[in-house]
Design a protein around this ligand. Structure first.
Ligand SMILES: Nc1ncnc2c1ncn2[C@@H]1O[C@H](COP(=O)(O)OP(=O)(O)OP(=O)(O)O)[C@@H](O)[C@H]1O
Length: 365
């Protein structure tokens, strides 16, 4: 898959963002998670689970910088939300024993905003710029020079009388994060000394994340319980940790607090997250595609009307994961279900027996 075209659970439109925000399986950060999320963050490279290649390469970059007594090279982290980009930026700062400043592209709309941040950095400080692809153009151009020469030109005045006042900056490490590496202009991309692409996590890695988080949350979890949650976490540690907290509540209220496979299964059944990590919306989209349109092809707008959702919600919130899971394909003629989709919902394609399940409601599969 071409990563640059990929953007799982990072909706661009307000409608889609609203649709995503309420979901337990949304990979984005939500407000009430912040404190617990911070408590669960690995503090050094040794604690950071998975992403072996990235970890090994980063370890070399940081060790070498430390040995030279120099500031580490600028680092670009790309990957879907919830895979650990913020965590890794904090680890970079910790490993370099440097302070960290955190901001994001959308917060920097004017070059002056960036100049204010850059001019207040101390030597060796790490500047974490999340969603770097969403910075304004003038700020981006200022960043080029700051990254390369540790210098910015602050423009004073307007029109023909405007003057550029050069400002020296202390050496710093920029850690940029993006879900869309392909959207970064090449001059910006080229100024990063080290670029790492974060992959989705495998089940074994997610189980390790879950065991570690359970230990920190002081919850007892059996290996089969962790495996059950891992399988529903969409390859994303943030989702795994969120599901763990919901299962913990269930185990506490309905049982003796221990997370077994049965408890995890029942709890996530209550939250309508199925064995493959699909939630109610995902199954509604897939169910409509199969039951109302015989598996497609069907146009996006028609599919959206059928499930009573905004077009953007279907396209940006539900579809990326369904495509990634190989359950739905986007074709020039419309959306098409794959054989795996029929199998997942326990239905048979037309011509192979209609079965009784076509009578079930769209949300009831
Ligand atoms: N490799 C990992 N090992 C253990 N926990 C992890 C790992 N990666 C992420 N996490 C956990 O997942 C949560 C989300 O991670 P983080 O905020 O770093 O993701 P992100 O990629 O920056 O997401 P976003 O792009 O939405 O900001 C954190 O609580 C962190 O503890």
């Amino acid at each position: 898959m071409d990563w640059d075209d990929w953007d799982d659970s990072a909706p661009d439109t307000a409608a889609a963002a609203a649709g995503a925000a309420e979901r337990l399986v949304d990979a984005g950060a939500d407000g009430d998670d912040q404190a617990v999320e911070a408590a669960l963050r690995p503090k050094n490279l040794g604690e950071f689970v998975g992403q072996e290649r990235v970890r090994e390469q980063l370890d070399l970059v940081l060790r070498a910088a430390r040995q030279r007594g120099a500031t580490a090279d600028h680092v670009l982290l790309s990957g879907a939300p919830g895979l650990g980009k913020t965590t890794l930026s904090m680890i970079i700062a910790a490993e370099m024993a440097a302070p960290i400043r955190i901001t994001s592209g959308p917060a920097i709309q004017h070059a002056g905003d960036l100049a204010a941040i850059l001019s207040s950095l101390t030597e060796g400080e790490v500047l974490f710029l999340d969603e770097i692809h969403r910075m304004s153009r003038p700020a981006e151009e200022m960043l080029y020079m700051a990254m390369e020469d540790f210098r910015v030109d602050v423009i004073v005045g307007k029109g023909p009388g405007a003057t550029a006042i050069p400002l020296e900056l202390p050496p710093f490490t920029l850690v940029g994060a993006t879900t869309r590496a392909g959207l970064l202009p090449p001059p910006l991309r080229d100024r990063f000394g080290f670029t790492a692409h974060m992959e989705f996590y495998g089940p074994a890695e997610l189980e390790r994340v879950l065991h570690r988080s359970a230990r920190l949350l002081e919850v007892e979890i059996e290996p089969a319980g962790a495996a059950e949650i891992a399988g529903r976490s969409r390859g994303t540690p943030r989702i795994a940790n969120r599901l763990l907290r919901r299962v913990r509540d269930y185990a506490q209220v309905k049982a003796d607090g221990v997370i077994t496979r049965e408890i995890a299964e029942s709890a996530l059944g209550v939250y309508e997250v199925d064995g493959r990590g699909l939630d109610r919306l995902d199954r509604a989209v897939l169910g409509a595609l199969l039951k109302l349109f015989g598996g497609g092809p069907v146009g996006l707008s028609t599919l959206a009307v059928a499930v009573g959702e905004e077009r953007e919600t279907v396209e940006e919130v539900a579809e990326p994961f369904l495509v990634r899971e190989g359950l739905l394909a986007r074709t020039p003629r419309g959306r098409v279900a794959t054989p795996a989709a029929w199998e997942h919902l326990g239905l048979r394609p037309p011509g192979q027996d209609t079965g009784g399940s076509a009578q079930q409601g769209l949300f009831g599969v």
